[in-house]
Design a protein around this ligand. Sequence first.
Ligand SMILES: [Fe+2]
Length: 132
Amino acid sequence: MGHFQRVLKELAKRNISLGRQRKDEYVNQLRSRIRRTSGDQHGQMLDNLLINALVEARSCERFKLLSEHIADESLRKFYRELMISEAGHYRTFIELAETYLPAKQVRERWKDFLIIEAEIMTNLEVRSDRMH
Ligand SMILES: [Fe+2]
């Protein structure tokens, strides 16, 4: 069974319905920082891949914390599985970037995005109604 089906099953067990997908201010702000220079398709592709890598990496970190601290044993295991899966997705995006662009350029832009992300996080509203 896929991860999404398993999430639905866990929700059903708890009598919770799946809510609507909400806009994600963190992702939107990251995406607003994609280079828009015309003719720089490689630069834009790199930015897109790195934003995806970043989102996957942060998901991985959240699932790690959940898998270590949540009381429910079956959820701990599930979150650990999701953590491993997200780590793989992060690697996939980085590897894709390195397939098309020099590793040095990928690393340098990654560092830019870590700084951009830190700026975004400083100004983002803290919310208790989401974890992923
Ligand atoms: Fe993922």
